[in-house]
Write a protein that binds this ligand. Structure first.
Ligand SMILES: [Zn+2]
Length: 288
Protein backbone atom coordinates (compact mmCIF):
# COMPACT_ATOMS: atom_id res chain seq x y z
CA UNK A 1 0.00 0.00 0.00
CA UNK A 2 0.97 3.59 -0.38
CA UNK A 3 2.85 5.07 2.50
CA UNK A 4 0.44 6.98 4.62
CA UNK A 5 2.87 8.96 6.69
CA UNK A 6 2.56 6.67 9.65
CA UNK A 7 -1.15 6.13 9.25
CA UNK A 8 -2.33 2.78 8.02
CA UNK A 9 -4.40 3.69 4.96
CA UNK A 10 -7.90 2.58 5.72
CA UNK A 11 -9.50 1.19 2.61
CA UNK A 12 -12.91 2.25 3.87
CA UNK A 13 -14.94 2.59 7.03
CA UNK A 14 -18.62 3.23 6.61
CA UNK A 15 -20.72 3.85 9.67
CA UNK A 16 -20.81 1.02 12.13
CA UNK A 17 -24.08 -0.35 13.38
CA UNK A 18 -25.11 1.50 16.55
CA UNK A 19 -23.62 -0.07 19.62
CA UNK A 20 -25.38 -0.23 22.92
CA UNK A 21 -23.84 2.30 25.19
CA UNK A 22 -23.59 2.28 28.91
CA UNK A 23 -22.47 5.19 31.04
CA UNK A 24 -18.95 3.79 31.27
CA UNK A 25 -18.74 3.23 27.55
CA UNK A 26 -19.93 6.53 26.19
CA UNK A 27 -18.51 7.77 22.94
CA UNK A 28 -18.66 11.52 22.56
CA UNK A 29 -18.49 12.97 19.06
CA UNK A 30 -18.19 16.52 17.84
CA UNK A 31 -17.39 18.44 14.68
CA UNK A 32 -14.27 20.61 14.58
CA UNK A 33 -12.21 22.52 12.07
CA UNK A 34 -8.41 22.38 12.04
CA UNK A 35 -6.46 25.24 10.45
CA UNK A 36 -3.83 23.47 8.37
CA UNK A 37 -1.20 24.64 5.89
CA UNK A 38 -3.45 24.49 2.84
CA UNK A 39 -6.65 25.65 4.52
CA UNK A 40 -9.28 24.61 7.00
CA UNK A 41 -10.02 20.92 7.40
CA UNK A 42 -13.28 19.80 8.99
CA UNK A 43 -13.16 16.66 11.08
CA UNK A 44 -15.21 14.66 13.50
CA UNK A 45 -13.56 14.09 16.86
CA UNK A 46 -14.63 10.98 18.65
CA UNK A 47 -13.61 10.45 22.25
CA UNK A 48 -13.81 6.80 23.06
CA UNK A 49 -13.02 5.01 26.32
CA UNK A 50 -12.09 1.99 24.21
CA UNK A 51 -9.50 3.77 22.08
CA UNK A 52 -5.91 3.20 23.15
CA UNK A 53 -4.23 5.66 20.86
CA UNK A 54 -4.93 8.63 18.66
CA UNK A 55 -5.89 7.57 15.17
CA UNK A 56 -7.37 9.08 12.04
CA UNK A 57 -9.39 7.48 9.27
CA UNK A 58 -11.28 8.81 6.28
CA UNK A 59 -14.83 7.61 6.65
CA UNK A 60 -16.95 7.65 3.45
CA UNK A 61 -19.83 9.19 5.35
CA UNK A 62 -18.22 11.27 8.09
CA UNK A 63 -15.08 12.31 6.26
CA UNK A 64 -12.05 12.80 8.49
CA UNK A 65 -12.69 10.94 11.71
CA UNK A 66 -10.26 11.27 14.60
CA UNK A 67 -10.51 8.88 17.52
CA UNK A 68 -8.99 10.01 20.77
CA UNK A 69 -8.71 7.96 23.95
CA UNK A 70 -11.28 9.45 26.34
CA UNK A 71 -8.76 10.19 29.07
CA UNK A 72 -6.03 11.61 26.87
CA UNK A 73 -5.33 15.21 27.71
CA UNK A 74 -4.39 17.81 25.14
CA UNK A 75 -7.61 17.58 23.16
CA UNK A 76 -8.11 19.57 20.01
CA UNK A 77 -4.65 21.21 20.00
CA UNK A 78 -2.96 17.82 20.03
CA UNK A 79 -5.27 16.59 17.28
CA UNK A 80 -4.47 19.62 15.10
CA UNK A 81 -0.76 18.85 15.04
CA UNK A 82 -1.52 15.18 14.45
CA UNK A 83 -3.63 16.14 11.42
CA UNK A 84 -1.06 18.65 10.18
CA UNK A 85 1.54 15.88 9.93
CA UNK A 86 -0.84 13.83 7.80
CA UNK A 87 -2.38 16.60 5.77
CA UNK A 88 -1.19 15.44 2.33
CA UNK A 89 -2.50 11.93 2.91
CA UNK A 90 -5.84 13.22 4.19
CA UNK A 91 -6.33 15.67 1.31
CA UNK A 92 -5.56 12.91 -1.18
CA UNK A 93 -8.16 10.60 0.34
CA UNK A 94 -10.78 13.34 0.62
CA UNK A 95 -10.25 14.23 -3.04
CA UNK A 96 -10.76 10.64 -4.19
CA UNK A 97 -13.81 10.38 -1.94
CA UNK A 98 -15.28 13.51 -3.52
CA UNK A 99 -14.65 12.04 -6.97
CA UNK A 100 -16.49 8.88 -6.07
CA UNK A 101 -19.47 10.75 -4.61
CA UNK A 102 -19.66 12.76 -7.86
CA UNK A 103 -19.58 9.57 -9.91
CA UNK A 104 -22.32 7.99 -7.77
CA UNK A 105 -24.46 11.12 -8.01
CA UNK A 106 -24.10 11.06 -11.80
CA UNK A 107 -25.19 7.41 -11.83
CA UNK A 108 -28.20 8.19 -9.70
CA UNK A 109 -29.37 10.99 -11.95
CA UNK A 110 -28.86 8.87 -15.05
CA UNK A 111 -31.21 6.31 -13.54
CA UNK A 112 -28.72 3.48 -13.22
CA UNK A 113 -29.91 2.56 -9.74
CA UNK A 114 -31.88 -0.25 -11.29
CA UNK A 115 -28.57 -2.04 -11.61
CA UNK A 116 -26.17 -3.62 -9.17
CA UNK A 117 -22.62 -4.78 -9.59
CA UNK A 118 -22.12 -8.52 -9.26
CA UNK A 119 -18.67 -10.04 -9.88
CA UNK A 120 -17.71 -6.58 -11.08
CA UNK A 121 -20.30 -6.41 -13.86
CA UNK A 122 -23.37 -4.23 -13.70
CA UNK A 123 -26.50 -6.37 -13.67
CA UNK A 124 -29.92 -4.90 -14.30
CA UNK A 125 -32.40 -5.81 -11.61
CA UNK A 126 -35.83 -7.17 -12.40
CA UNK A 127 -38.48 -8.02 -9.88
CA UNK A 128 -40.73 -10.86 -10.95
CA UNK A 129 -43.47 -12.67 -9.02
CA UNK A 130 -42.81 -16.30 -8.16
CA UNK A 131 -45.08 -19.11 -9.20
CA UNK A 132 -47.82 -19.45 -6.54
CA UNK A 133 -46.49 -22.88 -5.54
CA UNK A 134 -43.09 -21.39 -4.66
CA UNK A 135 -42.74 -20.61 -0.95
CA UNK A 136 -39.40 -18.92 -0.84
CA UNK A 137 -38.10 -15.91 -2.79
CA UNK A 138 -34.91 -16.38 -4.77
CA UNK A 139 -32.55 -14.67 -7.17
CA UNK A 140 -31.72 -15.84 -10.66
CA UNK A 141 -28.82 -14.63 -12.76
CA UNK A 142 -30.01 -14.32 -16.32
CA UNK A 143 -28.23 -13.36 -19.52
CA UNK A 144 -30.36 -10.59 -21.04
CA UNK A 145 -30.34 -9.18 -24.55
CA UNK A 146 -28.36 -6.14 -23.53
CA UNK A 147 -26.35 -7.53 -20.66
CA UNK A 148 -26.67 -9.66 -17.57
CA UNK A 149 -29.64 -9.39 -15.27
CA UNK A 150 -30.54 -10.46 -11.78
CA UNK A 151 -34.14 -11.51 -11.36
CA UNK A 152 -35.61 -11.19 -7.90
CA UNK A 153 -38.24 -13.87 -7.87
CA UNK A 154 -40.48 -12.87 -5.00
CA UNK A 155 -42.83 -15.32 -3.32
CA UNK A 156 -45.76 -13.71 -1.47
CA UNK A 157 -45.36 -16.15 1.43
CA UNK A 158 -41.73 -15.09 1.94
CA UNK A 159 -41.80 -12.19 4.38
CA UNK A 160 -38.31 -10.94 3.56
CA UNK A 161 -38.13 -7.52 1.91
CA UNK A 162 -36.69 -7.53 -1.67
CA UNK A 163 -33.44 -5.98 -0.50
CA UNK A 164 -33.08 -8.72 2.09
CA UNK A 165 -33.68 -11.44 -0.49
CA UNK A 166 -30.98 -9.97 -2.68
CA UNK A 167 -28.56 -9.52 0.21
CA UNK A 168 -29.11 -13.09 1.46
CA UNK A 169 -28.37 -14.38 -2.01
CA UNK A 170 -25.27 -12.21 -2.42
CA UNK A 171 -23.96 -13.32 0.98
CA UNK A 172 -24.45 -16.95 0.04
CA UNK A 173 -22.67 -16.43 -3.28
CA UNK A 174 -19.86 -14.63 -1.43
CA UNK A 175 -19.43 -17.55 0.98
CA UNK A 176 -19.18 -20.03 -1.88
CA UNK A 177 -16.84 -17.97 -4.05
CA UNK A 178 -14.56 -16.89 -1.18
CA UNK A 179 -14.33 -20.45 0.17
CA UNK A 180 -13.31 -21.62 -3.31
CA UNK A 181 -10.64 -18.94 -3.66
CA UNK A 182 -9.26 -19.70 -0.19
CA UNK A 183 -9.04 -23.40 -1.03
CA UNK A 184 -7.32 -22.57 -4.28
CA UNK A 185 -4.74 -20.12 -2.95
CA UNK A 186 -3.91 -21.53 0.51
CA UNK A 187 -1.74 -24.46 -0.68
CA UNK A 188 0.23 -22.18 -3.01
CA UNK A 189 1.08 -19.96 -0.03
CA UNK A 190 1.72 -22.95 2.25
CA UNK A 191 -0.91 -21.93 4.80
CA UNK A 192 -3.99 -23.58 6.25
CA UNK A 193 -6.66 -21.29 7.67
CA UNK A 194 -8.70 -22.90 10.45
CA UNK A 195 -11.89 -20.96 9.75
CA UNK A 196 -13.24 -18.58 7.15
CA UNK A 197 -16.18 -16.34 7.93
CA UNK A 198 -18.04 -13.99 5.62
CA UNK A 199 -19.95 -11.12 7.16
CA UNK A 200 -20.62 -7.44 6.76
CA UNK A 201 -17.19 -6.54 7.92
CA UNK A 202 -17.31 -2.79 7.99
CA UNK A 203 -13.81 -1.66 8.69
CA UNK A 204 -11.83 -3.89 6.32
CA UNK A 205 -12.40 -5.98 3.24
CA UNK A 206 -10.77 -8.83 5.06
CA UNK A 207 -8.85 -9.66 8.18
CA UNK A 208 -6.61 -12.43 9.45
CA UNK A 209 -5.98 -13.51 13.03
CA UNK A 210 -2.85 -15.29 14.19
CA UNK A 211 -5.07 -18.16 15.25
CA UNK A 212 -5.63 -18.84 11.55
CA UNK A 213 -9.11 -17.39 11.36
CA UNK A 214 -9.93 -15.34 8.29
CA UNK A 215 -12.83 -13.00 7.84
CA UNK A 216 -14.11 -11.30 4.70
CA UNK A 217 -16.75 -8.80 3.71
CA UNK A 218 -19.58 -10.33 1.68
CA UNK A 219 -19.52 -7.17 -0.44
CA UNK A 220 -16.42 -8.48 -2.22
CA UNK A 221 -18.85 -10.51 -4.36
CA UNK A 222 -19.89 -7.21 -5.93
CA UNK A 223 -16.31 -6.50 -7.01
CA UNK A 224 -14.46 -8.01 -9.97
CA UNK A 225 -13.19 -11.55 -9.23
CA UNK A 226 -9.62 -10.24 -9.42
CA UNK A 227 -10.32 -7.80 -6.57
CA UNK A 228 -11.90 -10.51 -4.44
CA UNK A 229 -8.93 -12.79 -5.14
CA UNK A 230 -6.53 -10.00 -4.21
CA UNK A 231 -8.12 -9.68 -0.76
CA UNK A 232 -8.14 -13.46 -0.27
CA UNK A 233 -4.45 -13.70 -1.18
CA UNK A 234 -3.67 -10.72 1.07
CA UNK A 235 -5.30 -12.27 4.13
CA UNK A 236 -3.89 -15.73 3.48
CA UNK A 237 -0.42 -14.21 3.14
CA UNK A 238 -0.86 -12.73 6.62
CA UNK A 239 -0.94 -16.25 8.03
CA UNK A 240 2.73 -16.41 7.05
CA UNK A 241 3.71 -12.77 7.41
CA UNK A 242 2.03 -10.45 9.83
CA UNK A 243 2.55 -6.81 9.08
CA UNK A 244 3.05 -5.21 5.68
CA UNK A 245 6.79 -5.49 5.15
CA UNK A 246 8.62 -6.23 1.88
CA UNK A 247 8.44 -10.00 2.48
CA UNK A 248 4.70 -9.75 2.85
CA UNK A 249 4.26 -7.86 -0.41
CA UNK A 250 6.59 -10.25 -2.22
CA UNK A 251 4.40 -13.12 -1.04
CA UNK A 252 1.22 -11.38 -2.20
CA UNK A 253 2.87 -10.47 -5.50
CA UNK A 254 3.92 -14.08 -6.09
CA UNK A 255 0.26 -15.02 -6.57
CA UNK A 256 -1.21 -11.68 -7.54
CA UNK A 257 1.36 -9.48 -9.30
CA UNK A 258 -1.36 -6.92 -10.10
CA UNK A 259 -2.62 -6.64 -6.50
CA UNK A 260 -2.02 -2.89 -6.36
CA UNK A 261 -4.37 -2.29 -9.25
CA UNK A 262 -7.19 -4.24 -7.56
CA UNK A 263 -6.68 -2.64 -4.20
CA UNK A 264 -7.03 0.67 -6.01
CA UNK A 265 -10.23 -0.56 -7.65
CA UNK A 266 -11.66 -1.39 -4.24
CA UNK A 267 -10.66 2.00 -2.83
CA UNK A 268 -12.28 3.77 -5.73
CA UNK A 269 -15.53 1.81 -5.48
CA UNK A 270 -15.89 1.65 -1.73
CA UNK A 271 -18.95 3.86 -1.60
CA UNK A 272 -20.65 2.07 -4.42
CA UNK A 273 -20.14 -1.32 -2.81
CA UNK A 274 -21.27 -0.07 0.56
CA UNK A 275 -24.38 1.64 -0.69
CA UNK A 276 -25.24 -1.02 -3.29
CA UNK A 277 -28.41 -2.12 -1.52
CA UNK A 278 -29.54 1.31 -0.37
CA UNK A 279 -32.09 1.72 -3.19
CA UNK A 280 -33.94 -1.13 -1.48
CA UNK A 281 -34.02 0.47 1.95
CA UNK A 282 -37.61 0.75 3.03
CA UNK A 283 -38.90 -1.23 0.04
CA UNK A 284 -41.17 -3.79 1.59
CA UNK A 285 -43.73 -4.58 -1.07
CA UNK A 286 -43.42 -7.66 -3.19
CA UNK A 287 -43.66 -7.77 -6.97
CA UNK A 288 -46.72 -6.19 -8.42
ZN1 LIG B 1 -2.93 -6.59 5.59
Amino acid sequence: MVDAGGVRPVIWTPTRPPRRRTGADRIAEGRHVAQLASGPLAFTLRRSPRARRLRVTVDPVKGVLVTLPARRLGGVRLVESFLAEREAWLRRHLASQAREWARLDAQRTSGQWGAIRYLGQLHRLHVVPADPSVRRSSVLRVGGIDGDELHLVLAPSDRRAPGRVLEDWLRERARIVIAGEVDGAAPALGVRPIAVTVRDQRTRWGSAARSGRLSFSWRLILAPPEALHTVVVHELAHLRQFGHGPDFWALVGSLRPDHREWRRWLREHVLELHTALEPFDGVTSAAS
